[in-house]
Design a protein around this ligand. Structure first.
Ligand SMILES: C[S@@+](CC[C@H](N)C(=O)[O-])C[C@H]1O[C@@H](n2cnc3c(N)ncnc32)[C@H](O)[C@@H]1O
Length: 162
């Protein structure tokens, strides 16, 4: 889902994937969808796996995202199923958002079963400009995931409809 958001809402830019795990998102991104990609994850073994299949213009870093300071600016920030693992999810998202280029995109996926996910989503929607949101439900297991696209600073006022 988040790869689709990149392709359709903000293709061709610099992507920072926070909590990238084994690099699954990058493997799903067609190369024209990004100009550069940085993935960071606290797990050295996940990063080692991600580095086994690493296309050009991509970098993987083993680091705690609540400490790591990104270098450079990005067009897309991704937090795919990681915010609810963090001590300070909103502060972390806001700190990374300072590295977003004007009008850049913040993409978030949260499992609604994760503790605090509803609060985190609500806080994000107050702090950033919502662009789109999709909820995917596994009916059999009664679990949902929310995928949200939000604009960072410089996005202008939210659309008000006709
Ligand atoms: C559910 S996995 C999601 C992985 C990946 N985003 C994906 O969708 O395939 C959560 C990931 O967050 C990472 N993580 C948890 N806390 C972290 C932290 N403080 N800094 C960086 N990564 C963290 C874990 O190591 C794990 O790879």
């Amino acid at each position: 889902m988040l790869a689709g958001y990149i392709c359709h809402l903000q293709p061709g830019g610099a992507v920072l994937d926070v909590g990238c795990g084994q690099g699954i998102l990058l493997r799903r991104l067609p190369e024209p969808a990004y100009s550069s990609y940085v993935g960071i994850d606290v797990s050295p073994s996940a990063i080692a796996t991600a580095q086994e299949r690493q296309p050009g213009n991509s970098t993987f870093v083993a680091a705690d995202c609540e400490v790591y300071v990104p270098s450079g600016n990005f067009d897309v920030l991704v937090f795919n199923e990681v915010l609810c693992c963090l001590r300070e999810p909103l502060l972390t998202a806001e700190r990374y958002a300072r590295s977003l280029n004007p009008g850049g995109l913040l993409l978030v996926s949260l499992c609604t079963a994760a503790r605090g996910s509803a609060t985190v989503l609500w806080q994000l929607k107050r702090a950033f400009t919502p662009v789109d949101e999709v909820r995917i439900t596994h009916a059999g297991r009664n679990v949902s995931w929310v995928c949200a696209a939000l604009r960072g600073p410089g996005a202008g006022p939210p659309a008000t409809g006709a």
